[in-house]
Design a protein around this ligand. Structure first.
Ligand code: 8IG
Length: 266
């Protein structure tokens, strides 16, 4: 196997082209916690691949994450590559593994990268089940997917054009700054106060590293979070993964429809 992450992504893209029969995709999506149902509403799934068969991918380890990669023909005729499998940094497989899906999507032709996640909210008005646009991020992982002297501009990383498209679908959508922690533990209340002080509105364990890799690959990035829980200390009750899954399930139909409408307008 190649040691070059971009060559590996090209191999994965070649595998996807061959096994989906779709030579090039237009757009790609990563479906995070709570967003799994969205694929069905985006359009017609024309091929489903098991991530573990594709070069560089491995089976997911988190409940609520699906290990399939789908090719979807959207209702407006776009080819969407839907990555149901996300590798999280906390899995310990390294940053290259975390961004392999994004790099594969770029190599498969995708010009737009849609990153979704479930996260904790710092704004008490965002009850569990609220979708929030990502306007910017704080990368608190102390690492980068880029290696060597790769200086990439991250101004307007989360495309203001695409956020406008989203608001044209739902004008009530709020936006916020997403802070990526490494996890897998949730934050302490002190860490949540710290995050708030430095400008975070959302806390999670994904997305920022992927967004950096997507921008580096020349893609336009759209990020949307589902607040599945109030961040630790904002809510008086303790956090549980069960609560997270429940909020995702309850919000599923609404946010899936929202995402499908956005995809068709991009
Ligand atoms: I879902 O409260 C989900 N993911 N870091 N904090 C962090 N990640 C999360 C949270 C949260 N909820």
């Amino acid at each position: 196997m190649t040691n070059d992450p971009f060559e590996l992504a090209q191999q994965a893209a070649d595998y996807i082209a061959e096994h989906t029969g779709v030579p090039s995709h237009d757009i790609a999506l990563v479906l995070g916690s709570g967003w799994g149902e969205a694929a069905e509403l985006i359009g017609e799934t024309t091929a489903t691949l098991s991530a573990s068969d594709i070069p560089g991918f491995s089976a997911p380890s988190v409940q609520g994450h699906v290990g399939t990669i789908r090719s979807v023909l959207t209702t407006d005729g776009k080819r969407a590559l839907v990555l149901g499998a996300r590798t999280h940094y906390y899995e310990g497989k390294g940053v290259r593994a975390v961004v392999h899906g994004v790099r594969t999507a770029a190599a498969a032709g995708a010009k737009v990268m849609v990153l979704t996640n479930g996260c904790g909210g710092l704004n008490p008005e965002w009850q569990p089940g609220t979708p929030v646009l990502i306007s910017d991020h704080l990368n608190l992982t102390a690492t980068s997917p880029l290696e060597g002297a790769t200086f990439v501009d991250l101004t307007d990383l989360y495309s203001s054009r695409l956020r406008d498209v989203a608001r044209s679908v739902d004008p009530t959508l709020d936006e916020g700054v997403y802070a990526q922690f490494t996890g897998p533990h949730y934050e302490t209340p002190a860490e949540v106060r710290y995050a708030k002080t430095i400008g975070a509105d959302l806390v999670g364990m994904s997305t920022a590293l992927e967004a950096i890799a997507a921008r580096h690959a020349g893609m336009e990035v759209f990020g949307i979070s589902l607040v599945t829980n109030l961040a630790a200390g904002i809510s008086p009750v303790a956090l549980s993964h069960g609560e997270v899954l429940e909020a995702g399930q309850a919000a599923g139909p609404r946010i899936s429809k929202l995402l499908a409408e956005i995809i068709n307008k991009i």
